[in-house]
Design a protein around this ligand. Structure first.
Ligand SMILES: [Zn+2]
Length: 302
């Protein structure tokens, strides 16, 4: 997800309105956030015992690896509800004008080409982007009007991600960010680390491939707190390895995209890096002083 307010995560950990009214009729969510809230609410009601515990404690990526049957069951429902909702949107909300849709699709093709080139240069597996463009109205969060989310990747709906057009956040930035989510293994990164490295790598790639300049990025960048901790870790990799800052960022990005932590473990040692990963799964753990302690980083706060 790409949003300018902190604290929203991929873990779908929201309380939700009931998606089914007392009379049994399905009330379709008014926007994409309500859709995600409704999943959470529903699974908390229909899963029981151990399954509910797994659903609540593991990320979708972890669930997929360790409990594939449960992941599949949840995913089938999420796909069905999401497809029904998209159909509902197509029938009830004014569609994106075709000219704007064509422009957005061209930008998506451009970003897809850039990401493909980059991933291939690193020998990382790449999935071509599949973007479903939805009308801006369904990206307005009625509970939090200050929130500007331009894209959404729903981990239990892995076939595509969602974006809108005509939005305060530049399309290129949204597409690179969600394209990285779409292609990353996630495990074993916690939600705040996921957003921090995704947004940091997004800025890096936008500059590297001349998709946006620094001034434009500075105006639109999201997840400042998450990025601050990621910057601290990148600086420390550069210092200890030692290597250039871009190289350090790419080492970190490789661990995120492939799930293989060998590079990070070589730099920091297994135990300290595991501690950082553990902290990244907690809301209160993702703070510079805690990460500095875990990695035994000396000196002033970043
Ligand atoms: Zn995101």
């Amino acid at each position: 997800m790409l949003t300018t307010t902190v604290g929203l995560a991929l873990c779908l950990s929201f309380l939700a309105d009931a998606a089914v009214t007392p009379t049994g009729e399905v009330r379709q969510p008014r926007n994409i956030y309500e859709l995600v809230y409704a999943f959470e609410h529903t699974f908390r009601n229909i899963l029981e015992g151990e399954e509910l515990k797994l659903y609540r404690t593991l990320s979708p990526a972890e669930l997929k690896l360790d409990h594939p049957a449960l992941y599949e069951r949840i995913s089938v429902d999420v796909k069905r509800w999401t497809d029904e909702w998209i159909e509902h949107v197509e029938h009830t909300v004014e569609p994106v004008p075709s000219g704007k849709l064509n422009t957005a699709r061209k930008t998506a093709a451009q970003v897809d080409g850039v990401l493909k080139t980059y991933f291939e240069s690193k020998n990382w597996p790449y999935r071509p982007l599949r973007v479903v463009f939805l009308p801006p109205r369904v990206f307005l969060d009625e509970r939090d009007r200050g929130k500007i989310t331009g894209g959404m990747y729903i981990p239990y709906y892995p076939d595509a991600f969602f974006a809108t057009v005509d939005w305060p956040i530049p399309e290129q930035l949204v597409l690179v960010h969600e394209g990285l989510h779409f292609n990353a293994s996630v495990r074993p990164f916690g939600a705040r680390l996921v957003e921090g490295i995704t947004e940091t790598a997004t800025h890096y790639l936008l500059l590297k491939y001349d998709l946006m300049d620094e001034r434009q990025i500075a105006r639109s960048g999201a997840y400042p707190d998450e990025r601050k901790v990621v910057a601290l870790i990148i600086d420390e990799i550069a210092k200890r390895a030692p290597m250039g800052r871009d190289e350090a960022l790419e080492l970190f990005l490789a661990a995120y995209v492939t799930g293989n932590q060998d590079g990070m473990t070589r730099v920091f040692g297994d135990e300290p890096w595991q501690e950082v990963l553990r902290l990244s799964h907690t809301r209160e753990g993702w703070q510079t002083h805690k990460i500095k302690k875990a990695l035994a980083i000396q000196g002033q706060a970043h």
